[in-house]
Design a protein around this ligand. Structure first.
Ligand code: ZN
Length: 487
């Protein structure tokens, strides 16, 4: 039954940076950068417009990553950030520092002084100087105006472009496109080296050991190799996708630091005390996937997806993609109607589709589902939309784009996805307690093996312990010194 299908608004919505929102171009297209001393073509993003662009993009970052972390750890990152920022050449920028509650190791910056550091990155660093180094690097991107010069070269892209739209289109590489955008996409080799150089300069001026840049880059490089080994390629949107060439940068950062007088201020103990107790890995507040099941302890739901699917946990959606091209997008919606069928036809499809709606019951909750033929990005698919009542006027939604040639068995697996949605059991909640960073003072006689044995992690404990602590395998454990353990 081929239907003339109109995509619901939420499937079509795209969020692009609109060039016209940028204030009038400055007359002089080239400016001399006070940090780098270089002449830059920045006409499309004059310094006076950076704050506005940054503020707009910042709202999108929050929408994508969820609420920023608050409390002592956020205050601490901000205080280190302000100390580093005081030493930059650009005083016209108000620098801001945010902590993203994600296990991914990442950091990035937006024009206008907005910088972001992930919880995963904080657990990897081993001293305040290393945190200051990564802050200095991100500030370097801002002072050197890398985004501005790139934007002026016409590289305009959407932010997290239309997650649902692209996902329902079954676009390959959807995961990679999450979070990729004009400012957050990767920089050039030259820009990375320049930011490292500026970061080392700011580290030194702020009174930290300038070698901390090379140390942290080295940890990042080892972390990326460990991740690649444990998860295979394509771990998604992380530091290595936004800041390539980590290995090569270690050497250059070391050479750069050697130009400055030695300074051994690391504040290692202070730093480790600050991150003691920080969640390591998945957080119950964000939800996470285990195998083909997704759990959200804080919002109290779980469901499965067909085996072999890759699950991406975005802030407002869970996206599952199967190698056969099937995409499932799960999210929530509110409505004035408390009737699931009315919600599907009137709210979701805006009355624009006449496909019959079937009333269903999912683990005691009322629901409604409909399916119709669609053509998404040139591919013939079946679109199936299902709404399941969460509470009166609140719905869980599954949107599925299913290639026409999938097997009957696979269709049944998708049906199971719909009917698997339920509240989490007490036992499940207890079993998904988050892991935390614990700082342990090494007892006399400790070895790498004895410390690593205390780690509660999947995979190779010794390797994880070494990378987490920035240690070499043959390095002795010093009694009385603090080390990071995952418990
Ligand atoms: Zn960078």
């Amino acid at each position: 039954m081929p239907l003339n299908w109109t995509m619901p608004a939420s499937l079509c919505k795209k969020s692009f940076i609109v060039i016209t929102s940028i204030a009038a171009m400055s007359l002089s297209a080239c400016t001399t950068n006070p940090a780098t001393g270089q002449s830059q073509f920045t006409a499309l993003l004059p310094a006076s417009s950076e704050a506005k662009v940054g503020a707009d993009e910042h709202a999108k970052v929050e929408a994508q990553f969820g609420k920023f972390m608050t409390g002592p750890i956020a205050d601490y990152v901000n205080s280190v950030g302000q100390r580093v920022a005081k030493n930059t050449e650009r005083k016209d920028v108000q620098y801001r520092f945010y902590v993203l509650d994600t296990p991914m190791v990442n950091a990035f910056a937006l024009p206008g002084g907005y910088t972001y550091f992930s919880r995963g990155l904080l657990t990897l660093a081993n001293s305040e100087a290393e945190l200051a180094a990564v802050i200095g690097h991100e500030i370097g991107h801002i002072t050197a105006r890398h985004a501005a010069s790139r934007m002026s070269q016409g590289m305009v892209a959407g932010l997290g472009a239309a997650v649902i739209g692209a996902a329902v289109g079954g676009a390959a590489g959807q995961v990679a496109s999450l979070g990729s955008n004009l400012y957050i996409s990767s920089y050039s080799r030259g820009q990375e080296h320049q930011s490292d150089e500026l970061g080392v300069r700011y580290l030194h001026r702020a009174g930290y050991d300038p070698m901390a840049m090379a140390q942290f880059l080295y940890s990042l490089d080892r972390q990326s190799k460990l991740e690649a080994k444990e998860n295979g390629k394509g771990t998604g949107f992380n530091y290595f996708s936004t800041h390539p060439l980590t290995a090569e940068r270690v050497q250059k950062a070391r050479q750069e630091a050697a130009k400055f007088a030695a300074n051994n201020t690391e504040n290692r103990k202070t730093y480790l005390n600050k991150i003691n107790g920080l969640i390591y890995g998945d957080s119950p507040d964000q939800g996470f996937a285990k195998g083909n099941r997704f759990y959200h302890p804080a919002l109290d739901f779980t469901f499965t997806v067909p085996k072999g699917s890759k699950i991406t946990n975005a802030t407002s959606q869970v996206i599952s993609q199967h190698p056969n091209g099937t995409t499932v997008v799960f999210d929530f919606a509110k409505s004035k109607t408390t009737n699931p069928s009315t919600f599907v036809t009137q709210d979701w499809l805006k009355g624009k589709n006449a496909a019959p709606v079937e009333a269903i019951s999912v683990n005691g909750q009322r629901g409604a589902t409909t399916a119709f033929a669609g053509n998404v990005q040139g591919k013939n698919v079946t679109i199936r939309l299902t709404a399941i009542e969460k509470s009166p006027g609140q719905y869980y939604r599954f949107q599925m784009a299913i290639p026409r040639n999938v097997s009957g068995a696979f269709t049944n697996e998708l049906k199971e996805t719909t009917y698997s949605l339920r509240k989490m059991t007490g036992r499940e909640k207890a079993s998904v307690q988050p892991k935390k960073i614990r700082v342990l003072v090494a007892p006399a006689g400790s070895t790498v093996a004895s410390m690593a044995n205390r780690m509660n992690v999947d995979g190779n404990k010794t390797e994880r312990f070494l990378v987490l602590n920035g240690l070499q395998a043959n390095q002795p454990i010093i009694a009385g010194q603090p080390y990071k353990i995952v418990m």
